[in-house]
Write a protein that binds this ligand. Sequence first.
Ligand SMILES: Cc1cc2nc3c(=O)[nH]c(=O)nc-3n(C[C@H](O)[C@H](O)[C@H](O)COP(=O)(O)OP(=O)(O)OC[C@H]3O[C@@H](n4cnc5c(N)ncnc54)[C@H](O)[C@@H]3O)c2cc1C
Length: 371
Amino acid sequence: MYQTDVLVIGSGIAGGITALQLADAGLEVLLVTRSKDPTESNTYYAQGGIIYKGKSDSPELLTKDIILAGANLNNEKSAYILAKEGPKLIEDILIKRLNTSFDRDENGQLSLSLEGGHSISRIIHSTDATGKAIEISLINVLKKHPNVKILQNHTAIDLLTMSHHSKDKKKVYLEEECCGAYIFDNETKKVLHAIAKRTVLATGGIGQIFLRTTNPKGARGDGLAMASRARTRIINAEYIQFHPKTFYKEYGPLFLISEAVRGSGGRLVNKNGETFMEKYSPEWKDLAPRDIVARSILNEMLTKSLSNVYINICSYLSKNKIKKLFPNIYRKCLENGVDVNQIRALVAAPAGNNALSISSLMKEHSSTMIT
Ligand SMILES: Cc1cc2nc3c(=O)[nH]c(=O)nc-3n(C[C@H](O)[C@H](O)[C@H](O)COP(=O)(O)OP(=O)(O)OC[C@H]3O[C@@H](n4cnc5c(N)ncnc54)[C@H](O)[C@@H]3O)c2cc1C
């Protein structure tokens, strides 16, 4: 049995930073995570970058962009708090406390990029592996923290509450109160109790319920299930973190083509090489928020009976710049038979059964395609 001030379940950016802040404030924290490697999380796989602040930015402008990208369904107060406090927290925690290595320009200033849904450049990044840089720096600091104990390879299976675990059946009439969690030791196969004054669920998303997802295997909604069993109020569970663009190969791996590719000038095209976002979003075009882009791609595929669409980046960025900004995407495309440098017309192959459309595209268009 473990006893602690705060039990944090999940070691991604949410759980990790919560643990760090509480530990810095002098509390004893038990950080439980299901993988052997505590960096394994959605956070680790985040590519494009994280919102900081642009040159002529303001909390009002960022709030406006957040609400627009959120289809006006956001809690406006929360969006404003995020916009107002976010940049300072990025500076204090990620840049100063964790010393995460973000890309800088020739003058040593943080390099800011643009992404869909943002009206100005305000995203900081570490090439196309920003999450990995953040997560590694975070876990390294947590591992050395005297107030933090990391319990890896342990899966939280249920929250401990008086009413749903007490032997006294009448406790069910009491108000729900959480006093820790049952933790499964993946190695010994034993269930342990972790008793805590406060418990934080930070188990990430639920992308794995879908056939196609960019989320890792651990994103299966454990936290939501535990919270639901403990009769916690759950809201907005229908909003799922998703990406409109992945590499597409019929039986091949599915990996994210970063949102930063659109932000760097990439334009979505159909199999004839025609751009189409202006039809669906005349104002934003290819820089539209993700939901608009996803619906537009789907519509284009359905109305034209296509298995996929493409993104043309080569017409807008030099091959060296593509390699510099997106080294991991470049490498993964290469591993899947698409060499940006050798095949100028193609950055990434579309569907495995799509050789015909690739070759016709190559003849007709000298543009770069990523599916
Ligand atoms: C491929 C990809 C690219 C992305 N790119 C970006 C980007 O460029 N910019 C951006 O802002 N966002 C990006 N995102 C989204 C971003 O990564 C997530 O919103 C963020 O990392 C979520 O952090 P989290 O801490 O909530 O969850 P996670 O990072 O997923 O952490 C969840 C943790 O909980 C653990 N866990 C789960 N269940 C249990 C259990 N039962 N017991 C114990 N531990 C458990 C997991 O192992 C993990 O440690 C991207 C996401 C993906 C998948």
